[in-house]
Write a protein that binds this ligand. Structure first.
Ligand code: NAP
Length: 283
């Protein structure tokens, strides 16, 4: 198959590396930065510099492609800035919608969205739970999903994976949380977070392309974990001062703080996770 990965950062590079090692597909990857062309060259058959929000550049990248995987995210300080999200996700999906009618060979679009689209949703959250984005940037992700879903046709499948927070090699959790040792924090840390290991993201995207999956899938591990447990156990394991929690029960103040993202569909589809639970250093 001829595949293009648009956005080759943490996830995109790992996916490219996986496919390149398999040597079963012809692979193109993209970057917005001239200086990354050389770094990415060993991962693919072709590397293209492009801003995915530019329809002409995007059409060129996807011209002979059968499957496109969109793993892009705003970089640097724009990480959770609504303007950066709009410029990256919305403009890109508008460009996709504009060019797909001219790309008859393109049979599948795969996109890594986020569980943040569920926002205010409470309780057990499945793929058919109505998303209620809370922050402007989450609403943008939701709008981007809709633009992509509108590209579906009898000849073109659209797969959207809603990811939990990603961790893995180079993005380990413990150093992030240890830096909070001894600090005083608002709330009681009872908010739950769903995580997913980078290698499980790669395996699921690979599966989605191989199977020609069409639909939505939550991509989270089996058990969400509270912020408090993560921080306390990380600090304890490192012999550091504990964090002082001095606020109200977060789940009372915000019912969405105790929502559980379900990965039941993932399991029903026969997918298994290499990292079904977060491994935290012994408490
Ligand atoms: N990180 C998380 O915890 C998390 C949670 C939920 C969902 N997700 C989703 O998972 C996906 C992968 O995340 P990641 O952590 O791998 O992201 P990342 O490491 O930040 O990489 C994103 C890549 O997107 C590229 N990019 C940015 N703007 C672009 C544009 N206009 N056109 C083309 N490419 C562009 C960048 O390429 P260059 O720098 O090479 O130009 C960058 O390498 C994203 O879609 C993200 O929204 C992530």
């Amino acid at each position: 198959m001829r595949i293009t990965i648009v956005g080759c950062g943490y996830v995109g590079s790992a996916l490219a590396s996986h496919w390149h090692q398999q040597a079963r597909h012809w692979l193109r990857v993209t970057t917005t930065r001239e200086e990354r062309l050389r770094e990415l060259a060993p991962l693919a058959d072709a590397v293209q510099r492009l801003d995915a929000a530019d329809p002409d550049q995007l059409r060129q990248a996807l011209e002979t492609t059968e499957a496109a995987v969109f793993c892009l995210a705003p970089g640097g300080s724009r990480q959770v800035d609504a303007d950066g999200y709009e410029a990256t996700y919305l403009r890109t999906m508008e460009a996709v919608a504009a060019v797909v009618p001219q790309l008859p060979e393109l049979q599948q679009l795969v996109y890594t969205s986020s569980c943040s689209v569920y926002g205010e949703a409470t309780g057990l959250v499945e793929e058919d739970t109505h998303p209620k984005p809370r922050e402007p940037h989450a609403q943008i992700l939701r709008d981007a999903e809709d633009l992509l879903l509108a590209c579906r046709s009898p000849h073109r499948r659209v797969a959207i994976a809603r990811l939990g927070a990603i961790y893995g090699p180079g993005r380990e959790l413990e150093p992030r949380f240890r830096s909070l040792a001894g600090s005083r924090r608002k709330g009681d840390g009872s908010s739950l977070i769903s995580w997913i290991h980078r290698d499980d993201v790669v395996a699921t995207l690979d599966w989605a392309v191989e199977q020609g999956f069409d639909g939505l899938i939550n991509l989270v591990d089996d058990e969400p974990i509270s912020v408090r447990e993560l921080i306390d156990r990380s600090c304890h394991a490192a012999g550091l001062e504990p964090v002082i929690w001095d606020g109200d029960n977060e789940r009372v103040a915000n019912p969405a703080a105790e929502r559980r993202i379900s990965n039941r569909r993932l399991r029903e589809l026969g997918l298994s996770l290499q990292h079904p639970r977060l491994r935290i250093l012994a408490a």
